[in-house]
Write a protein that binds this ligand. Structure first.
Ligand SMILES: [Zn+2]
Length: 321
């Protein structure tokens, strides 16, 4: 069995394949026809929530509706990848990582999100990247669930501690399922994204949002590609910055941080640009429009090469085009 082999031998199974071709979209929309340079300018939003809306619990849905004037449009995007791709075009985004995770208690998401996102990205797998998840307490067979994620070809696994009500290092205190998830992800080269920082969804528990608990994961799984979503905003930015500098395998996802405050929170961002990814967290509560987010990021006093690194290159190293 694939996972067992991965766990015992630590050998990549190669279940997840990436294509090296540029899609017609990129050739069409990029300046010039040189595939290599066009790719290097390909902009990836590494954190967009396209998810099965029907799974939302009423309280969580209320918050989304209340905070988003264009809620109907979001429902339509979650239903129609074609409509969403047009929206990405209008927003100036080439690729989007579609974040899905299992959080039955707080949000309502079940492991059905994995099939949802796998089906959704079939519309254009070069532009739509898939993130799925599993929950150590809501699985009867973690090996089978991990294998399903790999077979579906999902390109990232999301762990959301404040919504899943767990600490990232709970494998040290008995949650062996977490260790199996990390080992399989590490062996198969699938990055794991941790939500870090607070959450205002009803029922979210914010003690779990402190990124310091990811330190153990980075130490125990040194080849696991780790992303710290939101850089610990707003309480633990220094911890996040430390972890990215301390561990070669830890990356920063700047989604959910208003670009105007990004350099206030991370004044030494350029030092970690090679491991930093652009993302928006759209359409999360309070997150501005993607295009506005992108424009504000571009207006920051960062060099062209640092901007290109964060908007394009870091994501290309994790998910080659
Ligand atoms: Zn998010």
């Amino acid at each position: 069995m694939v996972i067992v082999r991965a766990l015992s031998g630590g050998v990549a199974c190669g279940l997840i394949e990436f294509s090296a071709e540029a899609s017609p979209h990129f050739i069409r929309t990029k300046r010039g026809r040189n595939g290599a340079s066009a790719k290097s300018r390909m902009i990836t939003d590494c954190h967009i929530h396209i998810q099965p809306m029907e799974m939302f619990k009423p309280h969580a849905l209320e918050l989304m509706k209340h905070k988003r004037p264009n809620f109907d449009q979001i429902v339509e995007f979650c239903r129609s990848p074609k409509a969403f791709l047009k929206f990405l075009d209008a927003s100036g985004i080439d690729r989007a990582m579609l974040i899905n995770y299992v959080a039955p208690e707080v949000i309502g998401f079940t492991s059905g999100v994995n099939q949802f996102v796998a089906d959704y990205v079939k519309e254009d797998p070069k532009r739509l990247l898939s993130c799925g998840s599993l929950h150590p307490r809501h699985t009867t067979n973690v090996l089978a669930d991990v294998e399903q994620i790999l077979r579906l070809g999902l390109q990232m696994i999301k762990i959301h501690p404040p919504h899943q009500l767990l600490f990232p290092n709970d494998y040290l205190s008995g949650a062996k399922e977490l260790e199996i998830i990390y080992r399989a992800a590490e062996a198969n080269g699938v990055p794991v994204m941790f939500h870090t920082g607070t959450s205002i969804f009803p029922g979210a528990r914010n003690k779990y949002g402190d990124p310091i608990y990811v330190d153990d994961v980075a130490v125990d799984f040194p080849k696991l590609k780790i992303l710290l979503a939101h850089g610990g905003r707003p309480l633990w930015m220094q911890t996040a910055f430390f972890l990215v500098r301390r561990h070669p395998n830890v990356h920063l996802d700047i989604s959910g941080i208003p670009p105007k405050t990004l350099l206030k929170y991370f004044p030494r961002l350029e030092e970690i640009a090679h491991k930093t990814l652009f993302g928006t967290d759209w359409p999360g509560p309070g997150v501005p429009d993607i295009k506005k987010n992108l424009d504000e990021f571009r207006a920051l006093p960062l060099t062209q090469s640092v901007q290109e690194q964060i908007l394009s290159k870091t994501a290309l190293t994790l998910w080659p085009a």
